[in-house]
Design a protein around this ligand. Structure first.
Ligand SMILES: C[S@@+](CC[C@H](N)C(=O)[O-])C[C@H]1O[C@@H](n2cnc3c(N)ncnc32)[C@H](O)[C@@H]1O
Length: 264
């Protein structure tokens, strides 16, 4: 784990695969091992990680870096959202992914698990508050205890500072998950930089569609930024958006480059 400041999506069909996504961790692990013909080492990691993640959701507590039991707030993505992130990242055959908002590490662990399944390269998670009194290193502990730390790069920075640096470094991603500050402007900034670094066909996923601010950013992305909606009924709180075209982003035609969007 480092700490510093394309493939075509394939839908699974048949073989009971769809049911496995709502099944207990052990069942999903066997499905993933079989479906992706994982070797012994990856199979062991996937089984262990899903056991750990299941225990996290069942317990309501998380271990801090100082081995204290920290009550889990409502900040981790719920298990159905986490499972959808895992499924989408696998279908995307993710190589490089980006996330804003680490917290207890549940989205992080599921995205890292997808990397293990498809042998991805790197997952970058941005969050300046991982070691604050709210999270006390719980996200890092969960990633390590799930056995998934190998591909994680954690940027201990505010996203509004870290994202432009990634863009300057010419980084590109297959999947970007936005779950950081939930103020409208911050979600928009995270989504704006996320889409700049997303390859064509990549996924930009927003958490917390229950918030009018998130729904407004989704509408901006759909109307002006060249995204299509691939949201999934299994996780209604996630906006799943695929970059399908250039959108209205040609600055040389700025006078025409605007479409009204829905607020709230
Ligand atoms: C809802 S929690 C994320 C939950 C996480 N995705 C999970 O599944 O466990 C929101 C996170 O955003 C982080 N955050 C708040 N403002 C931020 C910012 N400006 N840049 C990056 N992260 C930020 C908080 O520290 C918090 O960890």
């Amino acid at each position: 784990m480092e700490v510093t400041g394309t493939a075509n999506p394939v839908r699974e069909t048949g073989d009971g695969g769809d049911a496995a996504w709502g099944a207990p961790g052990a069942v999903l692990a066997e499905h993933l091992v079989r479906q992706h013909r994982l070797d012994e080492s990856s199979g062991r990691i996937v089984r262990h990680a899903l056991r750990h993640l299941e225990a996290f959701y069942a317990s309501g507590h998380s271990l801090s870096a100082r081995r204290q039991r920290v009550p889990v707030s409502n900040s981790p993505v719920p298990v159905e959202s986490a499972r959808l992130l895992l499924r989408l990242a696998i279908e995307q055959r993710v190589e490089r992914s980006l996330e804003v908002g680490f917290a207890f590490g549940m989205s992080t662990c599921h995205l890292l698990l997808a990397h293990e399944v498809v042998d991805g390269a790197e997952h970058v998670a941005i969050d300046p508050f991982q070691q604050s009194e709210w999270y006390r290193g719980c996200g890092l502990v969960n990633v390590v205890e799930a056995g998934l730390s190998e591909r994680l790069v954690w940027l201990n920075e505010r996203s509004e500072l870290a994202l432009p640096e990634l863009l300057r470094a010419n980084r590109s991603f297959d999947l970007c998950f936005v779950d950081g500050s939930h103020l409208f402007g911050d979600i928009l900034v995270d989504a704006h930089y996320g889409q700049r670094m997303l390859r064509e066909g990549g996924l930009l996923i927003l958490d917390d569609l229950w918030l009018p601010a998130t729904r407004t950013v989704r509408s901006i992305l759909l109307t002006n930024y060249g995204f299509s909606d691939e949201s999934d009924a299994s996780a209604p709180n996630l906006a799943v958006l695929r970059k399908t075209g250039p959108g209205l982003l040609d600055w040389t035609r700025f006078a025409e480059q605007f479409a009204p969007f829905t607020v709230g």
